[in-house]
Design a protein around this ligand. Structure first.
Ligand SMILES: [Zn+2]
Length: 70
């Protein structure tokens, strides 16, 4: 059984690791146009100031981010 799908509904910003809609041309968070479809894992940051994960990943904004980008 394979739960992995090649066609994810989102892509990941290479610059800030934000998860953005697949049809977005520009990252709404950082303005980058560099995206990757090869990403894995999602974290949701609600309080970047108090989140250890946000600090570890150097994330300063709220939102959805990918854990890993290929
Ligand atoms: Zn970005």
């Amino acid at each position: 059984m394979s739960a992995k799908s090649k066609s994810k509904p989102f892509k990941a910003c290479r610059s800030c690791k934000s998860l953005v809609d697949k049809d977005a041309q520009v990252c709404p968070v950082c303005g980058s146009k560099e995206f990757s479809d090869e990403w894995d894992g999602v974290i949701i940051i609600l309080n970047p100031d108090s989140s250890e994960i946000a600090k570890a990943m150097d994330i300063k904004n709220r939102g959805r981010f990918v854990v890993k980008i290929e």
